[in-house]
Design a protein around this ligand. Structure first.
Ligand SMILES: CC(C)(COP(=O)(O)OP(=O)(O)OC[C@H]1O[C@@H](n2cnc3c(N)ncnc32)[C@H](O)[C@@H]1OP(=O)(O)O)[C@@H](O)C(=O)NCCC(=O)NCCS
Length: 200
């Protein structure tokens, strides 16, 4: 997700005097279990390698065809380092989908103004189409509601048709586009308003 381009800046700038929730606690709170054996929960320190692995495997498959290998290399070096991921886990802003002891999906989020921004949503390619992305998104919506955000925003890279269809199906609508230049595809920004009482 191109939206991840500001995640590190945003998280570095967040100096809230109230400590973020212990990731172990947020994991317990947002646990959802289904019959397929995949658990969605808050990430903990031991998930670091698994989260990084999901990032590296999904970025290549997703972005090389639409943005090229240099973009993939840049994104991995900038947004999928141990430091960036550890910081997000510590702040309670990373959710994982785990099958057995393997991390198969990752979502990260954080505040910007009033909104909750979904910075990353990645599911391993061979696990697509089984509802894991939907469950991660649902857990992010729950977190956003708990934190009293009125809306969730996100962006995807133009040409990522899978993401465009997925987000539209989950109630997101386009708000605007950003052109990064250098021949890279535009970032398409979307929003979903969270009305009280609306199902996740
Ligand atoms: C976008 C993404 C996160 C969705 O994850 P996912 O786990 O495949 O999502 P789901 O399985 O919940 O939904 C995908 C499709 O499977 C279908 N589906 C969901 N549960 C299903 C089930 N149990 N059985 C069959 N089909 C199912 C859904 O209808 C959905 O269809 P749609 O894409 O037309 O909306 C995933 O495709 C991905 O990681 N893509 C690459 C990275 C990426 O682009 N991330 C977003 C960056 S902005």
């Amino acid at each position: 997700m191109i939206a991840a381009n500001r995640e590190d800046e945003l998280e570095a700038a967040d100096v809230s005097p109230t400590p973020d929730p212990d990731p172990t606690e947020s994991g317990t709170r947002s646990d959802t279990r289904s019959t397929d054996g995949v658990v969605v929960r808050g990430a903990v320190g031991d998930d670091l390698a698994g989260v990084l692995s999901v990032g590296h495997r999904t970025w290549l498959a997703t972005y090389e065809p639409i943005a090229g290998p240099e973009y993939v290399a840049m994104g991995l070096a900038k947004w999928w380092t141990s430091d960036v991921v550890t910081d997000s886990i510590r702040k309670g802003r990373t959710l994982v989908a785990v099958e057995g002891d393997e991390v198969v999906g990752v979502a990260t989020f954080g505040p910007r103004d009033e909104s909750c921004v979904l910075w990353k949503l990645y599911v391993l390619p061979d696990h697509h189409g089984h509802g894991i992305g939907s469950r991660l998104l649902k857990a992010v919506v729950e977190q956003a509601r708990e934190n009293e955000h009125p809306r969730i925003t996100l962006s995807y890279l133009e040409g990522n048709h899978q993401a465009a269809r997925f987000y539209a199906r989950h109630g997101f609508v386009e708000t605007h586009r950003e052109a990064p230049g250098s021949g890279l595809p535009e970032s398409v920004w979307m929003v979903r308003e969270l009305e009280a009482g609306e199902p996740a």
